[in-house]
Write a protein that binds this ligand. Structure first.
Ligand SMILES: [Zn+2]
Length: 995
């Protein structure tokens, strides 16, 4: 790397990342990294398949990063880590897109259009953004095999799904039931309970109280509250609770009497009433009432009765609950218990229309209210704000609807699920123990059927004559029954196949439903390898996964279905370790929204700061500990400043000097104590990072790393600069210089490997920069082919580390004192007192007193157990001030008193001026982009005689430090150029480079 290049590195870091990508391509880096480990034992990662119907968002970048770090780390630990990308291709997300493209609305229009054409359109479009995905993921630096990907719509994948379904079928885990399910009328399909919980919204709905007249009474009414007026036509019963106290009240201005629960009297909205009677709920159980509508009149004996319902509460409403068993889960259960059946004549069709009015249920509500008023049964009407579930795909309100559906019995598996979950390492632990654990405790049977088109068909064929059901487990089995080849397993192919019943010789047709696509993603461990049709001998090495990672929203989705299927099929855990990431929000904590554009494009962020800066930003937040992250571009910028640039600068520093000196020797017995210190620090860093990685606490890595970078750049390199650039005049100097090079080289080399999993680009740039100047025999073509650094306790110098820490703390205190006294760091000061009784501290300060003097720019450091009054003796005779005029700033920290004398003597002032001049002229050299070894001619113009004399008397020092062969002194007005401020004076300077 030339000087130019190293400057480029800092300015155009993101472009250097692009160069690294090209470099990886030329050496087939990813493939090679696998090849190197081909005989090693495998570390298994599963990729949760995303949908390619939209572009990747920040959440995908977070999980892609995590799914890159862990495999890189374990590869460097010597494992073979294959990484196969997967695509989720079936189900509602793509069906919705295609419906929109084809201008279709709902299943009946799709059927009319043609399921074959519809499904083929889904197949064509489902991977429409796959290229953009590949580009983004590559730019983020993630290594993953796109070419050998798996897709849930592949024939082998689908065949495994069938085999899996059959396996569970044989175990008797599936059953069909009329069940009230969360239902999306926009999609005309039931959803599982976990899908129903994905989009709760705070909305305003109607809230009405209706009067139901008790039979055989002139004027007694049951007061019933509801927020879903559209379900009233389907009312079949009213529920009370036997143990609650109800009252009959009479309003002052009316003859009517109302029955209501005693604590719900506020629902009457008046205080002008009297209580006629109080009784327990059980006393009106069985009472008949007159229905408002007569759609179900004559259906069964027990309808339109007051029954007991466990779910009745008094938190809201009147203590009497209207029951429409076709459209409510609790309603269905309570009615079933009381022998009131729902016999399947829906009043709401599959697309959400209330049939008697032929209007969508929501649009029908105003008409229903009018009807209530006309019939005289509306007691009161209000609006209520409450949280209501919406369809996560179509954004329409969900309803509950009784549907014949296929279920997987989770109840039977519950104990095994809970036991298995205890064997999984969750990060953070709470998500697994509480969130996921509670979800498992309350797990309900899983509705696996969907009334849709583009998916894996449920492999059940039913006899039209005797209702016998046959479950198909493979393509060959179906081919034998159909006596022909089957090229595709999608519904529009296999639904054409029928065969005769083995029981009655009737004809068997496939049932219409397809499988929930979560069943497919949960089945990916088996289906991606086409198990057991292929790869059955190696499957046991690929299961369970050592690692998976996805967002918190997968707790009730992918994580759950993986565990259910592995427990049901193998009674085994599907993954050993899981990192759960939180949600990425916009700067203000709002959901990121494509339409509102409230966040910057991730690829533009990468272009501006580099992928590694973005990775550092994610890693440094708690998002990998499942907490939400408010995305702020400034945070990415900070990471570039705190990690990327200091490391680049350290590399350029090293390269600049080694190119001049050419004296790298990779063995050294002349290490200074600072060399030993930074080498020891590096060992601790290696230890710490390995511990965190083995506990999957990725979110703890960056803060440790930033501390180390501070040690390296702000202490080790800064304090040792002189060792690199001064000329070695004797053997001792030469050995010392070699020690410094050796140390910096080893530290940077270890660092490159250590950060490789996290910052794949930066580490490569660092590694290539180092091996370019000195190649060791064991060096590899890429840092990612190296072994991960291991802890070496021999290099640890605990005592030294403690001492330097004490010294650095002292330095910080004195910096604060200087700030308080408003004295610049460049201004030398006379005396610092350090007062402590602690022997360890005293020894430490005495050992390193010269560092303190240099670092703090102080002439004399006095270390005492007790402050001695007579200080003038200590500070020497040159200090021509009286005790009473001494200006001392004091501060106490950790039991140590620090006193800084800020009085300036003429010689201190002179030295300060010289130092300031030097620093200004060094900066000038730097701005001219001179090499550190370039010699110069310097011309200085000065007006002040005092400053001129001061500088002239330090001419040798100026020449040495600035590599000036000659200095020409002049008056300021003669020298052309800008004024430069030195203390309270102004100078001008011209530097000419000498050849
Ligand atoms: Zn049959």
């Amino acid at each position: 790397m030339t000087k130019e290049e190293s400057i480029q590195l800092q300015i155009n870091y993101p472009e250097r990342e692009e160069d690294v990508l090209k470099f990886w391509d030329t050496i087939f880096a990813f493939e090679q990294s696998l090849e190197i480990r081909k005989d090693s034992s495998e570390y298994i990662v599963y990729d949760g398949p995303p949908f390619a119907t939209g572009l990747p968002h920040y959440g995908h970048f977070v999980s892609s990063m995590t799914k890159d770090i862990i495999p890189r780390y374990w590869t460097m630990q010597g494992k073979l880590v294959k990484r196969r990308f997967g695509w989720d291709t079936h189900g509602v997300p793509i069906e919705m897109e295609v419906e929109k493209d084809l201008n279709l609305k709902g299943p009946s229009q799709i059927r009319k259009y043609g399921i074959t054409e519809f499904n083929e359109e889904c197949r064509r479009k489902v991977l429409r953004y796959a290229q953009e995905w590949e580009h983004s993921i590559r730019r983020l630096g993630r290594w993953v095999d796109f070419r050998n990907n798996y897709k849930t719509m592949d024939k082998p994948f689908m065949e495994t799904i069938w085999w899996l379904f059959h396996k569970l079928w044989k175990k008797g885990l599936f059953y069909k039931d009329f069940r009230v399910m969360p239902y999306s009328w926009r999609l005309s399909t039931p959803l599982s309970n976990f899908e129903a919980g994905l989009d709760y919204r705070l909305v305003k709905d109607l809230s009405i109280v209706l009067k139901f007249k008790l039979k055989n009474s002139n004027n007694t009414y049951l007061l019933v509250w509801t927020t879903t007026p559209w379900t009233i036509p389907a009312n079949l019963a009213i529920a009370i609770r036997r143990d609650l106290r109800y009252v009959k009240v009479k309003l002052d201005n009316s003859l009517d009497q109302y029955i209501i629960e005693k604590t719900c009297l506020n629902m009457l909205k008046t205080s002008n009433f009297s209580i006629v009677e109080t009784f327990l709920g059980q006393e009106i159980e069985g009472a008949h009432y007159e229905p408002i509508f007569d759609y179900y009149k004559g259906g069964a004996n027990r309808v339109f009765q007051v029954i007991h319902g466990d779910h009745v509460s008094t938190d809201m409403g009147t203590g009497l609950v209207h029951l429409a068993p076709a459209y409510g889960q609790d309603d269905f259960i309570a009615c079933k218990k009381s022998g009131i059946p729902f016999w399947g004549n829906h009043l709401v069709d599959e697309e959400g229309n209330l049939l008697p009015l032929n209007l969508n249920i929501k649009l029908a509500e105003p008409f229903l209210i009018n009807e209530f008023i006309e019939k005289g049964c509306l007691y009161s009407k209000d609006k209520i704000e409450h949280s209501y579930p919406y369809c996560w795909r179509s954004g329409t309100p969900l309803i509950y609807r009784a549907i014949p559906s296929w279920f997987l019995k989770v109840d039977n598996l519950k104990d095994s699920l809970i036991e298995n979950n205890k064997r999984i390492l969750w990060v953070p632990e709470d998500v697994g123990r509480k969130r996921f654990g509670n979800w498992l405790e309350n797990a309900q049977d899983w509705c696996v059927s969907r009334n849709r088109f583009w998916g894996t068909p449920i492999p059940l064929w039913e006899c039209k004559t005797c209702q016998h059901i046959k479950c198909i487990q493979s393509i060959s089995q179906l081919e034998a029954l159909a006596s022909r080849n089957i090229e595709d397993l999608h519904p529009h192919f296999v639904d054409l196949i029928c065969f005769s019943c083995e029981k009655c010789l009737g004809t068997m047709y496939r049932i219409p439903e397809v499988l929930d696509c979560w069943f497919e993603s949960g089945a990916m461990p088996y289906a991606q390898s086409h198990y057991p049709f292929e790869n059955s001998h190696v499957f046991k090495y690929k299961f369970p996964a050592d690692f998976i990672s996805e967002g918190l929203d997968q707790t009730r989705a992918w994580f759950y279905t993986l565990l259910i299927l592995s427990t049901a099929v193998l009674n085994e855990i599907p993954f050993r370790n899981v990192v759960v990431s939180g949600l990425v929000l916009d700067k203000n904590g709002n959901k990121m929204s494509k339409s509102r554009k409230n966040y910057p494009d991730p690829l533009l962020i990468i272009k501006e700061y580099g992928a590694d800066a973005l990775r550092a930003y994610f890693l440094n937040s708690s998002i990998l500990n499942s907490e939400p992250l408010k995305f702020d571009e400034k945070g990415v910028k900070d990471m570039k400043r705190l990690i990327i640039l200091p490391i680049c600068n350290s590399l350029s520093f090293f390269i600049q000097y080694i190119k001049i000196d050419q004296c790298l020797i990779l063995q050294n017995n002349h290490l200074s104590y600072l060399d030993k210190w930074i080498l020891s620090k590096m060992q601790n860093l290696i230890l710490e990072i390995n511990i965190k990685m083995k506990r999957y606490e990725l979110y703890k890595v960056v803060s440790i790393l930033i501390c180390f970078i501070d040690d390296l750049t702000n202490w080790y390199i800064r304090r040792n600069r002189r060792r690199f650039w001064r000329e070695a005049l004797n053997l001792a100097d030469k050995l010392d210089k070699e020690a410094a090079y050796f140390t910096l080289y080893s530290v940077l080399k270890s660092l490159s490997k250590l950060i490789a999993p996290f910052f794949p680009f930066l580490s490569e740039i660092l590694y290539q920069g180092l091996i370019d100047v000195y190649k060791e025999p064991q060096d590899k073509k890429s840092v990612h082919f190296c072994d991960y650094p291991t802890f070496n306790s021999i290099l640890v110098e605990e005592k030294l580390e403690t001492e330097i820490e004490i010294i650095r703390k002292a330095v910080n205190v004195v910096r604060i004192l200087r700030e308080r006294a408003k004295v610049k760091v460049k201004q030398p000061l006379g005396v610092l007192w350090i007062i402590t009784k602690n022997e360890q501290f005293i020894n430490c300060f005495c050992n390193h007193v010269s560092i303190l003097e240099q670092e703090l720019n102080i002439k004399q450091i006095i270390i005492q157990k007790e402050f001695q009054q007579d200080i003038t003796n200590n500070i020497g005779e040159s200090f021509d001030v009286k005790d009473s005029n001494l200006n001392v700033f004091w501060m106490t920290q950790e039991g140590i008193d620090y006193g800084l004398l800020t009085n300036l003597t003429p010689s201190l002032i002179e030295e300060g001026l010289v130092r300031e001049t030097l620093s200004v002229l060094q900066k000038l050299r730097k701005n001219m982009k001179l090499e550190v070894s370039d010699r110069i001619m310097l011309k200085i113009g000065i007006e002040s005689e005092f400053l001129m004399n001061t500088l002239k008397s330090n001419e040798k020092l100026l020449k040495d430090e600035l590599l000036a062969v000659k200095i020409l002194w002049d008056t300021k007005s003669i020298v052309v150029g800008q004024d430069i401020k030195i203390g309270c004076f102004f100078i001008r300077a011209i530097i000419n480079k000498l050849d």
